[in-house]
Design a protein around this ligand. Structure first.
Ligand SMILES: *Cc1c(COP(=O)(O)O)cnc(C)c1O
Length: 280
């Protein structure tokens, strides 16, 4: 049997603005997630509106937890996970000066991240300290918010409310990486190393973008180049082009990387060998 790719529970991980939109446009999606492929016919402004509502929900949660009110119209990058070394949670902060330049040259950027380090995981704690140091260097040029106590309810709000989901684990250590699937259900494209599920879910410029390169230093260059030359330019220069990527993230990835497809594949793949044996 081939490996069957993971999926996430679609209804659990779809935030209410998108649940309402799908209920209205493709009501069958609840009992059959494959119907999310028809999201491709939803008008772009409705995708944009549902996302704006999810984003306001996230920014309100950030304000509630930190007292910081972030602007709604700034490109918001998110990532979260257990802060352990191989996840390289801090890859985005490898060169804060470059981030500042990007923010000044193309358009502002803000970053919301969440995580939890195991109390005995020194490497993980060092990563979090690195993020705090970078946040100081970046100051107001690119605000960084670190949210403690990352749990499922925060994940629901964060994966749905950012404009871009970032995933930078050390290849090939990522078993799957389910957060990007949660984001896709809410029309949030990923920028990710080609590892885990992104090997299958990635269509460049259609469902999101890949971080290329064979080692950390080339990956860092690719990460900044894609942000600067492709993603931020699209976000600020061509909002409907960006909304098209959001929409195809739903129809190509939300429709597929869910637990319904996973269970039916388990059934079909496990059932087929039995049938083949019976026909011998
Ligand atoms: C989804 C989720 C994870 C797993 O995220 P990955 O992208 O698979 O690493 C971890 N913690 C919480 C709270 C989650 O919701």
């Amino acid at each position: 049997m081939n490996a069957i790719t993971n999926g996430v529970h679609a209804i659990t991980w779809t935030a209410s603005p998108f649940r309402n939109l799908y209920d209205r446009r493709i009501p069958e999606w609840r009992h059959d997630n494959f119907y999310l492929r028809y999201a491709v016919g939803i008008p772009l402004h409705e995708i944009h509106q549902a996302h704006a509502e999810a984003k306001r929900g996230l920014l309100a949660e950030v304000e509630k937890r930190t007292g910081i009110r972030l602007p709604e119209d700034v490109m918001t990058v998110g990532f979260a996970r257990r802060a352990t070394l191989y996840k390289r949670l801090d890859l985005l902060f490898s060169d804060p000066e470059r981030l500042k330049l990007i923010s000044r040259n193309v358009g502002p950027l803000q970053i919301i991240c969440g995580g939890k380090a195991h109390p005995r995981d020194e490497g993980g704690k060092e990563i979090i300290r690195h993020i705090f140091r970078a946040a100081q260097v970046l100051g107001d040029t690119a605000r960084v918010i670190y949210l403690d106590n990352y749990d499922m309810s925060l994940a629901q709000i964060l994966c749905a409310g950012v404009d871009l989901w970032l995933n930078t684990p050390h290849k090939p250590l990522e078993a799957s990486g389910t957060s990007g699937m949660k984001a896709a259900l809410n029309g949030v494209p990923s920028l990710s190393v080609l590892d885990g599920w992104w090997n299958e879910g990635h269509v460049e410029g259609i469902t999101g973008w890949s971080i290329e390169g064979g080692d950390s230093s080339s990956e860092i260059i690719s990460l900044y180049d894609k942000l600067e030359r492709v993603i931020l330019r699209l976000f600020y220069g061509n909002p409907s082009g960006f909304a098209e990527v959001m929409r195809s993230a739903i129809s190509l990835n939300g429709s597929f990387f869910n637990t319904q497809r996973m269970v039916s594949q388990y059934f079909n793949h496990a059932y087929y060998p039995l049938k083949a044996a019976a026909n011998d």
